[in-house]
Write a protein that binds this ligand. Structure first.
Ligand SMILES: *Cc1c(COP(=O)(O)O)cnc(C)c1O
Length: 377
C-alpha cells in the first residue's frame, strides 16, 4: 500500500514490528548510513526515536534511548558503565525499585553496591573501591525530597573517576537539567511527569556523549529494553504539555505543603518549597524557582490513622505511582520502598506514618478542602 502526499501534522503511530527493503542495496544502506532507514522496531522506530530525541533535547544531551519502563532505563544506564566485578555507589535515599535492582539482581550478576547517606555525598572517599564505576542518585529523592547538589556531586564523582548517573524523574528537566551540572547520564521514568497522564509505562536515558548514546542504543536493542511505538507516541504527546503541567503541579504542591505544614494533625512536611526544608536554598536555584509536585508528610505511626486519611480522601486515591494530572497518594513503607532493608528504611525514617502525595493540577481549593476533610477525625 502506498499513500501519496500525506502530510500528517502529528507523527502517526508506526505500529509495525518490521520495515521493508527494496533489495540488498537498501538493506546495506541501513547498515552503512545509521539513521537513514528503519529495520526492526526493537532496534529503532520513528516513534521511539521521536520520544528519545525530544527527551534528549529537553535535557540538553546529544541523544537518548527510549526504554520500556523507568526500571529499564536504570538498568540500561548502569550497564552502560558496569560489568561483572564492578562496584557502584547509590544515594541511600533512592527509589525502591532501584534498590531492588541493585540488591536483588545486579548483585547476583557480580555488580555490588554501597549506599551513601545523603550527608556523605560531599565526600565519597570512605565508600570508594578500586572497581567503583559510578554513583546513582535522584535530583530530588524519593520519598523525602532531599535535594542533591548536582554540581558539587559531579565534581566529587569526576575527581574519583566515577560517572554520575542522575534519575531526574521527580524534578523533570523543567526544573533541573542534570547534564548542565556535569552529570554523565540522566534518566527518567517517562511513566511519570514526562508522559504525565498515568496511562503509559516508559523510560528514557539521555547521554552527553555520542559514545554513550551508541552504548545505550546497543544495550537497549540487545537486552530488548526498547519502547513500543504506541507507548512512545503517548510519551511524545505528554511531553508537549510538560512545561505547563509541571508549573501547575508546582503551584498546587506549594499550596498543599503550606496547608499541611500548618495542620495540627500533621507532624512534618517534606517539600523543598518550604523555607524550613534543609535544602530550600539549593532547591530554589537548582530548580529554577519551582519545586515540583511531589511531597511527603508524616502522620502518627499508626496504620489506623493512615487508613482513615486514605478512606476519607476523595481526590488523593491511594495509587502507588505519581505525576499524573490527577492527584494521588502513596505509602512508601507498604509499596515503593518495600525492597529496602529494615536498616535502610529506619535510617531514612520511612515508617508507617509517612504518606507521599502526588499533587495534580486540579483547582487547588478542591484539593485543600479534600485534605481538610480527610485529616479531620
Ligand atoms: C517510578 C520510578 C521509577 C521506575 O519507573 P517505572 O516506569 O515504574 O519502571 C524510577 N525512578 C523513580 C524516581 C520513579 O519514581
Amino acid at each position: 500500500m502506498h499513500f501519496p502526499n500525506i502530510q500528517p501534522k502529528i507523527t502517526p503511530i508506526y505500529q509495525t514490528s518490521v520495515f521493508k527493503f527494496e533489495d540488498l542495496d537498501a538493506v546495506r544502506q541501513y547498515f552503512d548510513e545509521p539513521g537513514s532507514r528503519y529495520l526492526y522496531s526493537r532496534n529503532g522506530n520513528p516513534n521511539s526515536d521521536e520520544l528519545a530525541t525530544a527527551v534528549a533535547r529537553w535535557e540538553g544531551g546529544v541523544g537518548a534511548v527510549a526504554t520500556g519502563s523507568g526500571m529499564a532505563a536504570i538498568f540500561a544506564a548502569l550497564l552502560t558503565y558496569c560489568q561483572a566485578g564492578d562496584h557502584v555507589l547509590c544515594a541511600a535515599d533512592i527509589y525502591g525499585g532501584s534498590a531492588a535492582l541493585l540488591n536483588l539482581e545486579l548483585a547476583r550478576l557480580g555488580i555490588t553496591v554501597s549506599y551513601v547517606p545523603f550527608e556523605d555525598l560531599g565526600d565519597l572517599r570512605a565508600y570508594l573501591q578500586p572497581t567503583t564505576r559510578l554513583l546513582l542518585c535522584e535530583t530530588m529523592s524519593n520519598p523525602l525530597l532531599r535535594v542533591v547538589n548536582l554540581r558539587q556531586l559531579a565534581t566529587e564523582c569526576h575527581q574519583h573517576g566515577l560517572k554520575l548517573v542522575v534519575d531526574n524523574t521527580f524534578a523533570t528537566p523543567v526544573l533541573t537539567r542534570p547534564l548542565a551540572y556535569g552529570a554523565d547520564l540522566v534518566l527518567h521514568s517517562v511513566t511519570k511527569y514526562l508522559a504525565g497522564h498515568s496511562d503509559v509505562t516508559a523510560g528514557a536515558v539521555v547521554a552527553r556523549t555520542p559514545e554513550d548514546v551508541a552504548r545505550l542504543r546497543q544495550i537497549g536493542t540487545v537486552f530488548g529494553l526498547t519502547l513500543s511505538p504506541m507507548e512512545s507516541w503517548l510519551g511524545v504527546r505528554g511531553l508537549k504539555t510538560m512545561r505547563l503541567r509541571v508549573a501547575a503541579h508546582s503551584e498546587n504542591a506549594w499550596a498543599v505543603a503550606d496547608f499541611l505544614d500548618k495542620h495540627p494533625a500533621v507532624q512534618a512536611v517534606y517539600y523543598p518549597g518550604l523555607p524550613t526544608h534543609p535544602e530550600h536554598g539549593l532547591a530554589t536555584t537548582q530548580g529554577a524557582g519551582r519545586f515540583g509536585g511531589m511531597l511527603s508528610f508524616r502522620l502518627p505511626d499508626d496504620a489506623a490513622v493512615v487508613n482513615s486519611f486514605m478512606q476519607r480522601s476523595q481526590l488523593f486515591p491511594f495509587a502507588p505511582s505519581l505525576a499524573g494530572v490527577d492527584s494521588s497518594c502513596s505509602h512508601p513503607l507498604y509499596t515503593s520502598h518495600r525492597a529496602l532493608t529494615d536498616a535502610q528504611r529506619a535510617g531514612l525514617g520511612i515508617t508507617v506514618g509517612l504518606v507521599r502525595l502526588s499533587v495534580g493540577i486540579e483547582p487547588v481549593e478542591e484539593l485543600l478542602a479534600d485534605l481538610a476533610h480527610a485529616l479531620a477525625s
